[in-house]
Design a protein around this ligand. Sequence first.
Ligand code: B1H
Length: 837
Amino acid sequence: KEQWPKGDEKVWRAGTRGLDTDVPSITKTFVNHVQTSLARQAYNLDNLGAYQAAALSVRDNLLVNWNETQMNYTRKAPKRAYYLSLEFLMGRTLDNAMLNLGLKDKYVEGVKKLGFSIEDILEQERDAALGNGGLGRLAACYLDSSASQELPVWGYGLRYKYGIFQQLISPEGNQLEAPDPWLDNQNPWELPRLDVSYEVRFYGSADRLNDGSGRSNWHGGQEVLAVAYDVMIPGYNTPTTNNLRLWESKPKRGFDLNSFNAGDYEHAVESSNSAAAITSVLYPNDHTSFGKELRLKQQYFWTAASLQDIIRRFKNLGKPITEFPDYAAIQLNDTHPTLAIPELMRVLIDDEDLDWGTAWQIVTNTFFYTNHTVLPEALEKWPVPLIEHVLPRHMQIIYDINLFFLQAVEKKFPDDRDRLSRMSLIEEGQPKQVRMAHLACIGSRKVNGVAELHSDLVQTTILKDFVEFEGVSKFGNVTNGITPRRWLDQCNPELSALISKTLKLDKNVWLKDLTKLEGLLPFAEDKKFRTEWAAIKQRNKERLAHHVQTTLGLTVRTDAMYDVQIKRLHEYKRQTLNILGVIHRYLTLKAMTTAERAKTNRRVVFFAGKAAPAYYIAKLTIRLIVNVARVINADPDTKDFLQLYFLPDYSVSLAEVLIPASDISQHISTAGTEASGTSNMKFCLNGGLLLGTVDGANIEIAEEVGESNVFFFGHLTPAVEDLRHQHLYHPVPIEEKCPALANVLNEVSKGLFGDGGVYEPLLNTVRHGDYYLLTDDFDSYIAALAMVDEAYLDTEEWIKKSIRTTAKMGKFSSDRAILEYAESYWNIEAIPVAAAK
Ligand code: B1H
């Protein structure tokens, strides 16, 4: 029997709080927080204060579970997995936390008794937007699923002071970026752990020890402190509450004492600023690698702090260091944390005194690497001189890894110098650069892509040589998933309730085994069910229209098909194809008689998404969309049949309103460019149909729901390379190749949407080179849109498609994905925890 550690156990027990599970204890905690934590009272509590009190009360409950969970992990000492991601796009927390705790109804009732409405309270919360897009939101879904499946998984990331920028649209239609100071009104969801901190070194010099050990002495330079902030991650319908640990940088001492004594006060303060700068801002460029020193420092700061924390936890078990991979699996979310590989080598060799071979054995059994893109501009490369300057010891280690690696390649493929230079960790050039994907690949136990097609492309293109060298069994696929808690139950509560009622299942059951949705299939034939299904979609459109009305002051009609494309702006995602298609539709409508128009399908088109601040063509696309909207929405001939909106500042919480309202959503990347996509899954789960190319996870969605329930168009992946070749060497004038598109481009050029000439650089990307194949896919795109219209006019058949789509989305739960990682990659098991009393 364990000894009670301190004082009188009974006194401790009497002071320990359990969960609030009834309305009176919830309102009591709420009021206590109003009084003490917020220092306010009933008569001066506004909605923001009520949000804070509700959040603090929910947080108290989360902490009860969090403590039990962490204590349980410490006691049972299982193998754990760590998800290292530079981005966690969490969105809002309050609603999700109440739902996962199973206490939402009680909170609704409680705050009502206190004179507030839960909707008003929920609207007060700012999104935690520590991510760019799909990669960061995937990390957030995986944390939800890990906790829900009771898996011992922790996330590690950075606590950016500023998240992704806030997007504003200027009167001309240009994107402007404003900072996102999301921590300004306190963050109740984090727990500062000022006692958990580590030192991280930069710069200085690394001297090889001449004792034949291969060790170096890295000294001097800048030392920065990493301080932990913990974010509670509640599982759904389980007490398991996992941890997301985010690091904040701060100066090691308030000031550099040497400079201070020498009277150089300014320099002392400056160096403290440079330490704080490391975690000041999330880089907003997805799919481009810029080679900025501060970004490299972020990556090292985060991986070094996380590894120290993981190693310390392992050492508490008292096991020999060679058993490290039996207790820790570390997932690298893209190449951003790849420095963890040389960093673990450094720790094992320089600090733990292991020989190279033993250290490499440990490293290559610990790490797992997920690739998220094959686009060349997104593959990270760091200039050798920069790494040499910032991390001199790591550059030595990378060279050593490369040496041993290339020796092994040479042994297997003698006299193949091309192969050696293709596979080298170092790319020749001015300057030389380190190829992070190669390093991540050879330093990992396994490598995976994020959808079937993408994983094939990883193995046959960017890592082909590595498959030949290491064998195909090291490479795999884990198709992405989304959490059905946030992306159905939370964002579409009416649909969730209808599903539970129809399946005669508590939502606790089907939200954790999403394949149960198949039980909806027979109800597609049930007229009454179809009517209820369609009525919910209609109310979700009204909710969206209301949102646009109150936030932008625009009146959106709700008696129309809602057609949505929401994602980061990027040429490969082809928002340009969509807007040119809208213009084509507008011109077609204009040319019709009133009687002809009256027979057409009413359509409201929504766009939302941010462009990287330096991505000129993407920003020009936004400007075009905004200005086309201005003209179309004001045209009395067409405005009853076609409306267009660009909703500024796309975010997780905006997605939660848009997705349930969609009839059709567009996922129209050039074949082979979108690794997976995850919003496609969210739309389909909510009964929106998919219009897309044969790309990424679209393919697997079609496999599940059946090709008759999706609208596919465009050239296939194997054709893309040849088409690009033809564009370059056998160009055909656009007027010949695609007259409909040529006409649209001409109208834009002639100034139909104002701004004579400003769009030329954008239009020229289509006229010349056309790297993303708009001229090849435009006609089939327009044909697909026409098929969508025709299908939508057959209302009953459309609703059937919608029901069948939702019913077949079970595969895309992130629970399925995380269990694949747990079983086939990390080798970890569920560690259930008893509920607190
Ligand atoms: C994805 C990124 C990405 N792939 C670099 N790559 C970044 C690359 O800041 N950076 O440097 C940020 C993000 N993001 C996306 O990952 C894919 O495009 C999607 O298709 C995929 O669904 C998602 C999750 O796997």
